[in-house]
Design a protein around this ligand. Structure first.
Ligand code: ES4
Ligand code: ZN
Length: 326
């Protein structure tokens, strides 16, 4: 059995996935047509040709355009179900999904439309396949603290459906401390907390996520490797890093997959996991992320098992369920 075959068979978790980043061009055009929304690109080919990014912002500009066709609950359902069917076929057994409510509220799409569509698909996948899930509401960090607080207010009737909050979008210039008070309020409501940190931003932003926000997890965290003391702190706290190999390649966080630091992370004792971030934009889902690491980094069978195991221990699933999967 090859390592790629093995990695496909392993039960896997996805802990870093933006549902709006699973929007495949074909589905985007179909929903655009049924909603009579015009896209800037007029063919699937032209859109796909635009997926060449030099940094995070290049990607985000297209990501916000793409999600602009999502208007109705059925759109959010269809998007989510397409993603869940795909990763079910790759033996993903548990997903923790981000959604960006502000990216839709700004277009007049109500909070309940968004969350009801996404949540119904998650529930259906649980019923059909036993796939378990957590739902994470993410704040857009390029927007204000006030906007994040308004979003939290809108989320309050739906807190029974939301497990945690995250922080995403343009990192540099928008440090975690900008949202210190919002995250404090979220924690007081019993929500788990994670934040994108150290993707493009400096180690200082990872320190802030830990020391000021007291995050339960770190999304990406690549640049933590620049600071030995920070590595020690992450280990001391047992924090999981949700690493996204194909994302890192497409957004030029790494220049070549052979230089991807995931093996270094494991060797340094960090709880790294493999995730797909925005698979429709970055060239692959969970299985593709593993396959790329296998093909280009010389990762071992033991390291693959460690990554999958970290995905279970670092998830927010209940402890008895973790034990079942380990
Ligand atoms: C994102 Cl890769 C990435 N980084 C930050 N924010 C995001 N939102 C969607 N994908
Ligand atoms: Zn992300």
């Amino acid at each position: 059995e090859t390592l790629i075959e093995l990695s496909k068979k392993m039960p896997k978790t996805e802990l870093h996935l933006h549902i709006e980043g699973t929007f495949e061009p074909e589905q985007m055009f179909a929903i655009a047509q049924r909603n009579q929304v015009e896209l800037k690109y007029h063919t699937v080919e032209a859109l796909k040709a635009a997926y060449q990014f030099t940094n995070l912002q290049d990607f985000l500009d297209l990501y916000y355009q793409g999600m602009s066709v999502l208007l109705h609950e059925a759109d959010f359902y269809d998007l989510t179900m397409a993603y869940l069917s795909k990763v079910h076929s790759e033996n993903v057994v548990h997903v923790e999904i981000f959604f960006d409510p502000q990216g839709h509220l700004s277009r007049g799409v109500p909070f309940d439309t968004q969350i009801n569509g996404i949540y119904s698909a998650l529930k259906d996948a649980e019923t059909k396949w036993g796939m378990t899930f957590k739902l994470i509401m993410s704040f857009l960090r390029h927007l204000s603290e006030e906007s994040a607080f308004e979003t939290l207010e809108l989320a309050k009737p739906f807190l029974h459906l939301i497990d945690g909050v995250g922080l995403d979008s343009s990192e540099v210039g928008h440090p975690p401390e900008k949202f210190l008070r919002v995250f404090e309020a979220c924690k007081n409501l019993g929500l788990k907390v994670t934040a994108h940190a150290g993707e493009e931003g400096p180690p200082e932003y990872v320190w802030q996520a830990i020391d000021q926000i007291d995050v339960d997890r770190i999304d990406h965290g690549n640049r933590a490797l620049e600071d030995d003391q920070l590595i020690e702190e992450i280990k001391k706290r047992g924090l999981t890093l949700t690493v996204c190999p194909l994302s890192n390649l497409k957004l030029c966080v790494v220049n070549d997959m052979k230089d991807h630091p995931i093996k270094t992370m494991l060797k340094r004792g960090l709880n790294a996991t493999v995730n797909s971030d925005d698979p429709a934009y970055f060239g692959g889902y969970m299985a593709d992320n593993y396959a790329s690491l296998i093909t280009h980094t010389g990762i071992s069978k033991e390291e693959l098992f460690q990554l999958a195991q970290n995905g279970i221990t670092g998830s927010w699933m209940e402890n008895n369920l973790k034990e079942k999967h380990l």
